[in-house]
Design a protein around this ligand. Structure first.
Ligand SMILES: [Zn+2]
Length: 279
């Protein structure tokens, strides 16, 4: 059903405070005209949605006309699909704790801390690639394990599940070593949207990974076989190897006191600083 408020503009998320801040737009500025028109639609959403409940983190809103759910987190209002809304209700209604056993495994694999939505909101998630065993004894080989303050609303193409559904976490042979993931996460942009990291296998054959990568699989090679190669090896001929995102299931555990230890002391110094400099 089309809603004249929620569907007037095809937005999936927008910045809440920006819509409310009238000082940002100069009415005399012709170039800002289109922006003002777009903002009118966002403003109608902000003025219309009703607050439903405070979440573990974030706030849940709903449109009184079409029942569309919206989630406010880190100053962004996100449109929720039906699946996301039901997931958020389940995520919010019970704890998603990391057990001691899972904590130990995550610590061995090592995670990378980052800011999910907005660098200004500070570090709010740790991501660890792993293999997980679900309570139903189903095994998922490639899982992106989040220890997260943020609600489980991802622009992920794969399935999303909750930590309470996981009975065991194991190392995945497809997961890249922590120092490779760390290099990928911090790789600077070489061309628009292209953030290359040069890696090699144990035979010294080079490949390029683009942006933040967690897993690797190519011609029988697995993530654990991959090492960082020197930048001097970067040539245009190297193959860019990506991992099919739809193969990755995302799992959400609750953030807990001291969870930054999962990144390891040394990594905290080197890996997280580039994110923290935004604070
Ligand atoms: Zn609506």
């Amino acid at each position: 059903m089309y809603c004249r408020i929620c569907d007037a503009t095809p937005t999936s998320a927008f910045r809440w405070s920006y819509v409310l801040d009238n000082s940002l737009l100069d009415p005399e500025d012709e170039a800002m005209k289109r922006l003002r028109i777009g903002r009118t639609f966002y403003r109608a959403i902000v003025d219309t949605v009703r607050h439903r409940t405070a979440l573990k983190s974030g706030q849940l809103y709903q449109c009184p006309f079409c029942d569309q759910f919206w989630c406010l987190y880190a100053d962004f209002l996100h449109r929720l699909s039906d699946d996301q809304a039901s997931l958020i209700h389940r995520w919010n209604s019970e704890p998603q704790p990391v057990s001691d056993a899972i904590r130990t495994t995550l610590s061995v694999i090592g995670g990378i801390a980052s800011s999910r939505w907005d660098p200004g909101s500070g570090v709010d998630q740790i991501v660890v690639p792993a293999r997980v065993l679900l309570a139903s004894t189903l095994e998922v080989e490639t899982t992106r394990v989040f220890v997260s303050k943020a609600p489980p609303i991802l622009d992920s193409s794969g399935p999303v599940i909750l930590g309470s559904e996981v009975s065991e976490v194991r190392e995945s042979e497809l997961a890249l070593p922590l120092n490779v993931r760390n290099a990928c996460a911090n790789a600077p942009e070489a061309a628009m949207g292209f953030r290359p990291t040069c890696v090699c296998d144990l035979d010294g054959t080079n490949y390029i990974l683009d942006g933040s990568q967690l897993f690797f699989e190519k011609n029988g090679l697995r993530g654990r076989d991959i090492r960082i190669a020197g930048k001097e090896n970067l040539t245009e001929d190297l193959e860019v190897v990506s991992f099919d995102e739809t193969r990755i299931t995302s799992v959400y555990f609750d953030w807990f006191e001291g969870c930054l230890e999962l990144t390891g002391g040394q990594i905290l110094d080197t890996a997280i600083r580039p994110w923290w400099r935004f604070w």
